[in-house]
Design a protein around this ligand. Structure first.
Ligand code: NAD
Length: 313
């Protein structure tokens, strides 16, 4: 029969593309429940889904930050039966820590970390009873490696990686698979929203040097990196489909081979010095010469630092 897939955060970006790709599966293997906070934002999804809407794809409201909303949503699914849960909803946060309020930081954790915990807590007991299920979490390369000026976002993804790495062990005993997807940069509204937030920022509490490093050194190189290495949300959707269709799904799934040296570096030097110094040099010594940085990264990718990724093709 059809597998029931519930996805969070489907009004845009990666979530929208996963929902559409699965709903348009040629063999119609999936019944997709695409959820979003605000159903008023459904138009793009409905339009992209075309014929699949109302057949293999249906919509439900769900805010991952609300106990009530999560409960109501799962209760409205037939028999509460979900075969595959895809935790995609997430928010970014960029900038010098001094100028970010504690409240904004907590909001990131409320969505990226507690949002996922809330979903897993609600769906897992039924999966356990059935001794079947697959939980997928949209993590990031930043769930594995810290990135300057992404401190809090990175921490929220690390928190989730730790939670899931721990959960994976007992879930396996119940025949439930857990998989992390770890994309590098992806061209979505995520990037746009963050840049808009940054433009509005006034950096209270941050000194002039810090603001300069952020605005004049980090931001331009981050833009170059997005342009040179970014994947499309369709790429990430294809990777995700591969992961859920795999007989023996892997726990970690990097999607972009250009980013595997970052992870390899981390495990190559357990003191952390190699990672910290490499990022320091990339930012402060090569940052203004982005083309050099790119060629170094591409060389690294061709060397022994290459690791397995899940490719969209
Ligand atoms: P996006 O902003 O287009 O999508 C995120 C979605 O989550 C939006 O539709 C948003 O409305 C939704 N959302 C936010 N808070 C929510 C809540 N409380 N309840 C329900 N939905 C909520 O960005 P995206 O790039 O498609 O991001 C999807 C996931 O991919 C995120 O978890 C993000 O951290 C991760 N990711 C993105 C990138 C990137 O470069 N874009 C890279 C790695 C990982």
């Amino acid at each position: 029969g059809q597998k029931v897939v519930l996805i969070t955060g489907c009004s845009s970006g990666i979530g929208l593309r996963i929902a559409v790709l699965l709903a348009k599966d040629e063999k119609k293997r999936y019944h997709v429940i695409a959820t979003m906070r605000d159903l008023k934002k459904k138009d793009k999804l409905v339009e992209t889904a075309g014929d699949a809407y109302g057949k293999t794809l249906m919509l439900l409201p769900l805010d991952v930050c609300s106990d009530e909303s999560v409960k109501q949503c799962i209760n409205s699914v037939k028999d509460r039966h979900i075969d595959i849960l895809i935790n995609n909803a997430g928010v970014g946060l960029l900038g010098p820590v001094e100028s970010i309020s504690m409240e904004d930081m907590k909001r990131v954790f409320e969505t990226n970390f507690f949002g996922v915990v809330r979903m897993i807590k609600e769906v897992m007991p039924d999966m356990k009873k059935r001794r079947a299920g697959h939980i997928v979490v949209m993590s990031s390369v930043m769930g594995l490696q810290g990135v300057v000026f992404n401190d809090v976002y990175t921490a929220s993804k690390f928190a989730m990686e730790g939670f899931c790495e721990s959960m994976a062990v007992q879930l396996l005993k119940f025949n439930i698979h857990l998989s992390m997807i770890e994309p590098g940069p992806v061209h979505t509204e995520f990037e746009t929203k963050m840049m808009e937030d940054v433009a509005k920022m006034e950096y209270p509490g941050a000194d002039a040097d810090t603001v300069r490093y952020f605005k004049d050194v980090y931001l331009p190189s981050s833009k170059d990196i997005f342009e040179a290495m970014g994947q499309t949300p369709e790429d990430i959707a294809k990777c995700t489909k591969k992961v859920i269709e795999s007989r023996n799904p892997r726990f970690r799934n990097l999607t972009n081979s250009l980013y595997t040296p970052i992870v390899a570096m981390k495990y190559a030097d357990e003191t952390g010095g190699l990672s910290v110094n490499t990022f320091y040099n990339l930012l402060f010594n090569f940052g203004p010469l982005m083309h050099i940085t790119m060629s170094i990264l591409k060389c690294l990718t061709c060397s022994c630092l290459r690791r397995r990724t899940i490719s969209p093709n």
